[in-house]
Design a protein around this ligand. Structure first.
Ligand code: FEO
Length: 174
């Protein structure tokens, strides 16, 4: 049985993942409004991925006979000064999420809840990738700063990003 402490923390994490999804959707809409269709696509894929993260956690609680309790999603920012600022905020936010995931892993370890620890390994690894990809986007955007044609090319590249369902969902019966 999952502990009350971990059950509450995973419910909170579901909310945090949905908030992340909403944040990236907001960035996508702001980028679209400013004419950066590729950047908008990059963040739209991010919004889909964050919903997967929430879904994995919801499936997990259900599988442990622990109720999912959805909470309101707090408002998100709706405007950014530049694409670079969006990616900088993405990295800052993902570092916060890494801390939240580490906290879940610490509770599972304290509880000797090996099933939860095992489930959380995917999230621990995912956060390494999330931070790395945000850093790459910051580097790419900084590289073309002040160069409109470079930004146009980068935007075209980001239009090619495609969504792939998270592996824990792809292998589940859902
Ligand atoms: Fe759900 Fe971007 O981590």
């Amino acid at each position: 049985m999952i502990s009350t402490k971990l059950h509450t923390a995973i419910n909170d994490q579901i909310n945090a993942e949905l908030w992340s999804a909403y944040l990236y959707l907001s960035m996508s809409m702001d980028a679209e409004a400013k004419g950066f269709k590729g950047v908008a696509n990059w963040f739209y894929v991010q919004w889909l991925e964050e919903q997967d993260h929430a879904r994995i956690l919801m499936n997990y609680l259900n599988s442990r006979d622990a109720k999912v309790t959805l909470k309101p999603i707090e408002p998100v920012r709706t405007e950014w000064d530049s694409v670079l600022e969006m990616f900088t905020e993405t990295l800052r936010h993902e570092k916060v999420v890494t801390g939240l995931i580490n906290n879940l892993a610490a509770i599972a370890a304290e509880d000797h809840d090996f099933a939860s620890s095992n489930m959380l390994v995917w999230f621990v690894n995912e956060q390494v990738e999330e931070e790395e990809s945000a850093r790459e986007m910051i580097f790419a955007t900084e590289s073309v700063e002040g160069n409109k044609y470079g930004m146009y090319q980068l935007d075209k590249e980001l239009a090619a990003r495609v969504y792939t369902q998270a592996s824990p969902l792809a292998s589940s019966a859902e």
